[in-house]
Ligand binder design. Structure first.
Ligand code: TRP
Length: 322
C-alpha cells in the first residue's frame, strides 16, 4: 500500500524552487531532491552498478553480511521506517532477518513515487512483511509513520546510502536532531556514511567514464525542460565533479559552456549564464569513522556499534536515541 503525496501544487513548488535557486546572486543552485524523477531514479540505479561507484555495493555488502548482528541489537518488537528507500534492494537483508523473528511492518518514506513502486515490488515477496509506503519528504513522512507504530514497538529508522552526506556537516547534525525529536528514547537509527578516500577515487566515482553520472546530473535540466517548459540546451552544459578539501566533500555542478540565456516559462523567469558559470546541484560529504560518535552525540543519539567495509571504506552506524 502507498499513501500518496498530498501536494496538488507540486509543479508550483518545483517552479518556485527553481526560480529561487537560479536567481540567486552568487552561486546558482538547484535542490538535489529534484534529481530523482522517473528518469533520474533509473539512472541512479545504473550508477550503483558502475565499477567506479563502490558506495552502494559497500552499503549492500555490509547489510547483507551483518544483517543478523544488526537486528540482534534491536530488541523486538520492531517496526522499520526507511528514509529514501530507493529500489529497496539492499533493505531486503535486514527485513528478511527481522521477519524470521517477528511479523514486520515496513514503512518506506520517499518523495519519488517511482522509487516507492519499485521498492514495494522488490520486497513484497518477503514472508511476514507488511509494507506501507509514504510519498513524502523525510521528516513529514517519519512523523506520519510514528502514528502507525504500536505502543510497545520500537522504531528502527534506516537512513542508508550516505544520503546524510548530501547535507553539509552542521545541516547534517540538525537533520539528525530533527529525526531524534520525532523518535522516542530507545528507538534506533541505522545510518550509512561514506568514508573519506583519495581525491582521484572520489572524482572517478562522481564523474564516471561512461557518462552515466553526467546524464544523471543533466537530467535535472531536462526535467526542467519537460515539466516547466524551459529551453535548456543540454549540449551547452557540462557535468563537473569537484573536490572541496575544506568541506571534505565532492561537489556536483553543471557548468555553462558559453554565455547563454534560458527561458523557464512556468517559473516566469529568464536566466543568464556566464561562460564557465555553474549551477551547484549536490554535495556528497565524506566522514571519518570516529567522527560519527561525536556527530551522534550532538544530535541526541549514542553510536552503539559500527560496521566498516574493507573494500570500499563505508560505515553502517547503529545509533540509539538517548
Ligand atoms: N547522493 C548520492 C551520493 O552522494 C547520489 C549520487 C551519486 C549523486 N552520484 C551523484 C548525486 C551525482 C548527484 C550527482 O553518492
Amino acid at each position: 500500500m502507498i499513501i500518496p503525496a498530498v501536494t496538488p501544487n507540486a509543479t508550483y513548488d518545483f517552479a518556485d524552487e527553481v526560480r529561487h535557486g537560479l536567481s540567486r546572486r552568487g552561486q546558482k543552485e538547484l535542490p538535489s531532491k529534484y534529481l530523482y524523477d522517473e528518469v533520474g531514479s533509473a539512472l541512479f540505479e545504473v550508477i550503483s552498478y558502475l565499477p567506479e561507484y563502490g558506495l552502494t555495493r559497500a552499503d549492500e555488502r555490509l547489510l547483507r553480511r551483518y544483517a543478523g548482528e544488526i537486528v540482534d541489537r534491536v530488541p523486538a518488537p520492531v517496526a522499520v521506517a526507511e528514509l529514501g528507500s530507493g529500489s529497496g534492494k539492499k533493505t531486503r537483508w535486514l527485513l528478511e532477518e527481522l521477519c524470521r523473528r517477528q511479523r514486520t511492518s515496513y514503512y518506506p518514506v520517499e518523495i519519488s513515487r517511482s522509487a516507492l513502486d519499485m521498492c514495494e515490488r522488490e520486497l513484497r515477496d518477503i514472508d511476514a512483511i507488511s509494507i506501507v509506503g509514504f510519498e513524502r519528504e523525510y521528516l513529514d513522512g517519519l512523523s506520519e509513520v510514528t502514528t502507525y507504530r504500536q505502543k510497545n514497538q520500537r522504531l528502527l529508522v534506516l537512513f542508508l546510502g550516505s544520503t546524510i552526506g548530501n547535507f553539509d556537516r552542521p545541516a547534517g547534525v540538525k537533520f539528525l536532531a530533527d529525526v531524534r525529536r520525532i523518535l522516542d528514547p530507545g528507538d534506533f537509527l541505522l545510518l550509512g556514511t561514506d568514508l573519506e578516500k583519495p581525491a582521484e577515487q572520489l572524482v572517478r566515482a562522481y564523474d564516471d567514464e561512461l557518462g552515466v553520472t553526467a546524464a544523471f546530473n543533466l537530467n535535472l535540466l531536462a526535467r526542467i525542460n519537460r515539466e516547466l517548459g524551459a529551453n535548456f540546451d543540454l549540449s551547452q552544459f557540462a557535468h563537473v565533479a569537484r573536490i572541496n578539501r575544506k568541506a571534505r566533500s565532492v561537489e556536483m555542478h553543471l557548468e555553462s559552456r558559453r554565455l547563454q540565456r534560458v527561458k523557464i516559462p512556468a517559473a516566469r523567469v529568464t536566466i543568464e549564464f556566464q561562460e564557465g558559470e555553474t549551477i551547484w546541484t549536490e554535495s556528497s560529504h565524506k566522514y571519518s569513522a570516529m567522527e560519527m560518535f561525536k556527530t551522534a552525540r550532538e544530535a541526541g543519539f549514542r553510536c552503539e556499534a559500527q560496521w566498516i567495509d574493507a573494500e570500499w571504506p563505508f560505515a553502517e552506524n547503529l545509533l540509539v536515541a538517548a
